[in-house]
Ligand binder design. Sequence first.
Ligand code: GLU
Length: 490
Amino acid sequence: MTNDETVRVRFAPAPTGSLHVGGARTALFNYLFARRARGVLVLRSEDTDVGRSSLDSELAIQDDLRWLGLSWDEGPDIGGPYGPYRQTDRVDRYGLSAARLLETEQAYPCYCTPQELEEERKAAEAAGHMPRYSGKCRDLSRAQRADLEAQGRKPAIRFTMPQRDVYVEDLVRGAVHFPAGSIGDFVIMKSDGNPAYNFAAVVDDSEMEISHVIRADEHLPNTPRQVSLYEALELPLPLFAHVSMILAPDHQKLSKRHGATSVAEYRDQGYVPEALVNYLALLGWSPGDDREFFTLDELVERFSLERVTKSPAVFDHAKLRWFNAHYLRALPRDERTELFARWAAQDPLVAQAPDLKDPLWRGLLADAMTDHVETLDQVPALAVDVLRDDVHIDTAMRGELNDPVAREIVQELAAVAAGSSDRAAFAQASSKDALAQLGARHSVKGRALFHPIRVAVTGQERGIELPILLPLLGPQRVAKRIRSALSGLK
Ligand code: GLU
């Protein structure tokens, strides 16, 4: 911890693609931990892989974080007292720390070419040894170095990994022991002058006074390297918390073939951020009771690293959809109405329909769909169905309308529709009570009343409740659909 005990955590994505759900969960846990402790969340762009990093990706990740509702206090976009927050803007700092390690002979220039290293690795494997750097360049004399430089070789800088056990008291994993000898000397500055991840992370975490490193446990093997670097540079260690992996239902690494993996894909499929945040929070953290629904603020109140589990979390798409359906239903009606209308309008047919401009239609659309969709990308097709003048009714179903009572009922409804001046009037004329009265006039109720109507206007067995569906279709469409349903009958 820093002297003043301020919690400072960081989310440090490499801007080499879009924000993955695993990254989003790491960001979320850092956010929750920082907010709960009234500390600081730093966003740092780890863009030292220049070939794969891009500003577009950096900005896209920021957009995704904002969409999730996660804010940060210092970062490449807003600056802050420990900036710059983009690693390529900090290269001179890594150079300075590397120079200190060179000076104290805890690091050395390594002239090995990628081919030489590859050959060394193959030879080690063939001999049944763990592939690790042989230390070939560690003891080169001044003259040998000068000679290699004269040949035009550009050195990388390698850290002399101390051969002693490393113990880390991880806040999630507990005591972790890394036995001496498992890690060879590793590169801290590449020959192109860019720092390697392990080195840049240590220099930055220390200069940015990061108190807790909360990250994915794929980085656990890097921790002994980083701990050794802290020690070599005589820097205070942060606390580490490694959060378990997210696995697919088949217990393999979550990948494309299991479905969407990026936050952007979920947004495009019509998930709301509240649902994704709530779901991600429960992937590896538990509140300690059965409660499942939490807003972001409620999560801040409840979150603790003690309740983060060691075992991998399994990503369950069905559960996420269920959360999404819950959050869609829970939205205030106005908000839901606008959201559904916006999604419906993604289909050009809906976008051009005059109905979309009618506030009554938009409200009915949202009421109609709320219980029928789990994700908003289902909305456009359903809205198109509503706007069709004709529907397909299969022959067997249509036959039901041969029943004299059924036919009279739908004919009467068509007459009511034809006599309704507009959608609002028809909404009254097709209300639950009005339909019950229509049934009473023909001495039927329940299925005998509703089913013929549903068949005539949708050709479906079940669906949206009629008092919502009928005004949503509107009087003209209902009259037309009934007319065409009956036209095929004797
Ligand atoms: N850039 C690293 C990553 O995206 C950060 C790892 C860390 O948090 O130390 O995985």
